[in-house]
Design a binder for this molecule. Structure first.
Ligand code: CP
Length: 299
């Protein structure tokens, strides 16, 4: 596997993470117009699962960096004729693509791609990891608090099916923050003990809500959407009990009035749309890294 691939947050050191976040910040400052100084940078995006944010923020990042982009139509590719993922990616590699961005429903799909020589950027694998989402989450927290050490983060909702919860647990614990989990007991995951949301919210710096992943089989056991909001969601009453400087995050897409009251999506403490803007900055930083460029020097 190419050493500049980004597959899981487990593969990154503290220094790697901070280098990516610093590059992302500089892409929003003195390196706004920076482009890859390469004659050829062909990137193929392959999304085998639905996506708006990850797909199109990667595409925006690629275009801003001067890459040429192929948006591979996976539903009409030869995968539908039985070709393996490995054979598809190896074929595209022979066609001259220099990097791949891949989202796939299978956990650790990238283990099938050991023989691929160009970098692979994981845009989400099943319930496994979502490293660029995690990095944009970290960037949002870092902008807010100026540190990623000593933060109290509570992640609430469908923990069982969430690659976002998994990536954030790995990274935030590495960086010295505390991560706790809340939500229905039937979505508890081994190693992610569920605690009471009302307790957790009182001293949380970050309240990160998660979507119910119905596409992965998550079901609300005999509970209406409004009952879910009242019991496990971010209601107005819970929002009012958050700490003064605490923030609300959500990887999105969000289900209004299910995991979050619709009026809170753009409330004062919400950083949900800020996260989306940060998605482009972080993806520019990981693409730059994938093409082998060292972290920026501050001008
Ligand atoms: N947060 C996230 O991954 O959103 P998309 O599914 O729209 O990419």
């Amino acid at each position: 596997m190419n050493k500049n691939s980004l597959l899981s947050m487990r593969d990154l050191t503290k220094e790697d993470i901070m280098n990516i976040l610093n590059d992302a910040l500089l892409f929003d400052d003195c390196y706004r117009d920076w482009q890859l100084p390469l004659k050829k940078a062909l990137v193929a995006n392959l999304f085998f699962e639905a996506s708006t944010r990850t797909h199109y923020s990667f595409e925006s990042a690629e275009l801003q960096l001067g890459c040429k982009v192929a948006d591979v139509q996976t539903s009409v590719s030869s995968i539908t004729k039985g070709e393996t993922l490995y054979d598809t990616i190896r074929t595209l590699e022979e066609h001259g693509y220099d990097a791949f961005v891949i989202r796939h429903s299978e956990d650790e799909y990238y283990k099938q791609l050991e023989g691929v020589k160009v970098p692979i950027l994981n845009a989400g694998d099943g319930k496994g990891d979502h490293p660029t989402q995690c990095l944009l989450d970290l960037l949002t927290m870092y902008q807010e608090f100026g540190t990623l050490e000593g933060l109290n983060v509570v992640i609430c909702g469908d923990i069982a099916h969430s690659r976002v919860a998994a990536s954030n647990k790995t990274a935030l614990e590495l960086l010295g923050s505390t991560v706790r989990f809340s939500g229905p007991k039937f979505w508890e995951r081994e190693g992610y003990p569920i605690i009471d949301f009302d307790e957790a919210i009182k001293d949380a710096d970050v309240v990160m809500m998660l979507r119910i992943q119905r596409e992965r089989g998550a079901k609300l056991e005999a509970m209406s959407d409004s009952e879910y909001l009242e019991t496990y969601g971010l209601s107005k009453a819970r929002y009012a009990r958050m700490k003064k400087n605490a923030i609300v995050m959500h990887p999105a897409p969000f289900n209004r009035n299910v995991e979050i009251d619709t009026d809170l999506v753009e409330a004062e403490k919400s950083r949900i749309f800020k996260q989306m803007a940060n998605g482009v900055l972080v993806r520019k930083a990981v693409l730059k890294r994938a093409f082998g460029f060292a972290p920026f020097e501050v001008k």
